[in-house]
Design a binder for this molecule. Structure first.
Ligand code: HEM
Ligand code: HEM
Length: 205
């Protein structure tokens, strides 16, 4: 696995970037399917089946994203980023690095807020035995230091669920800025910044 050079991202950084981008971009629609098929008590068996599968995939993929980003940050600390083009103004460099830093923070905050929301709900007296899918029913790994509270408790699921969804909207804004920046480099500046992250072994600026 080749490392980063001054001109280009290495295989490791590219693999982390694009595999995680795909995992995150799939996570969002699966989250919507999960939350729009939740119909306790009523609902058809098919809709419940869809909800259970979407839940299992959303929670498993989300916790994998959390594990991967922690691993990626460790890896990143020993692999410095390639130089940005010398012609960029200082504010443009700062904007690029702040946006990327925020994306790292969001890759932690987003799954963590979902995990806290479910940990506060799971095994609470009102909600009952954990029926949240993670690889299979009854295997959801609750965060141990969180006290279970009923679904309607204002300090519980509703607050953290809302926090998770709000964090997601913030993430959409930051990601849009990041993607616009990448295309600006590619189409306006034509300085090879997007090319250097492209998943081809010899793509470089
Ligand atoms: C990068 C990772 C994640 C992304 C992008 C993401 C995204 C989303 C999205 C788009 C929704 C639907 C929001 C809506 O209906 O308005 C959602 C809902 C939800 N997600 Fe996640 N999620 C992530 C990780 C996780 C993890 C790891 C968990 C738990 C282990 C989790 C638990 C939930 C729960 C409980 C809901 C329902 C919230 C509610 O409507 O009250 N998510 N997520
Ligand atoms: C959920 C999706 C995405 C996330 C979370 C994400 C996150 C990141 C992060 C954290 C970095 C900095 C890497 C580091 O310093 O270690 C980065 C770099 C980069 N990303 Fe993304 N990214 C996503 C999607 C995209 C997309 C769709 C594009 C293209 C349109 C893109 C283009 C780039 C480029 C060109 C770089 C290198 C920038 C430079 O050399 O400074 N990313 N991305």
């Amino acid at each position: 696995m080749s490392g980063n050079t001054a001109q280009s991202w290495g295989t490791g950084a590219k693999a982390f970037h694009w595999i995680m981008a795909i995992m995150i971009l799939l996570e969002a629609p699966i989250g919507y399917v999960m939350s729009h098929t939740y119909s306790p008590g009523s609902g058809s068996a098919r809709i419940k089946g869809l909800h259970d599968v979407a839940s299992m995939v959303h929670h498993t993929n989300g916790l994998l994203i959390l594990a991967l980003v922690l691993f990626r940050l460790g890896w990143r600390s020993t692999h410095p980023a390639p130089d940005l083009p010398a012609a960029l103004a200082t504010y443009q460099r700062v904007l690029a690095r702040v946006t990327q830093g925020l994306l790292y923070a969001l890759m932690i905050a987003l799954p963590l807020s979902g995990w806290v929301a479910l940990s506060v709900l799971a095994d609470s007296a009102q909600f009952g035995k954990t029926a949240i899918w993670f690889f299979g029913t009854d295997s959801f790994p609750r965060l141990p230091f969180i006290t279970p509270l009923g679904p309607t408790d204002p300090a519980g699921y509703s607050t953290f669920g809302r926090l998770h969804v709000t964090t997601f909207y913030v993430g959409c804004g930051v990601l849009a800025l990041h993607a616009i920046g990448a295309f600006w480099h590619h189409l306006v500046r034509r300085d090879g910044v997007l090319w250097a992250m492209w998943p081809s072994p010899d793509a470089r600026r």
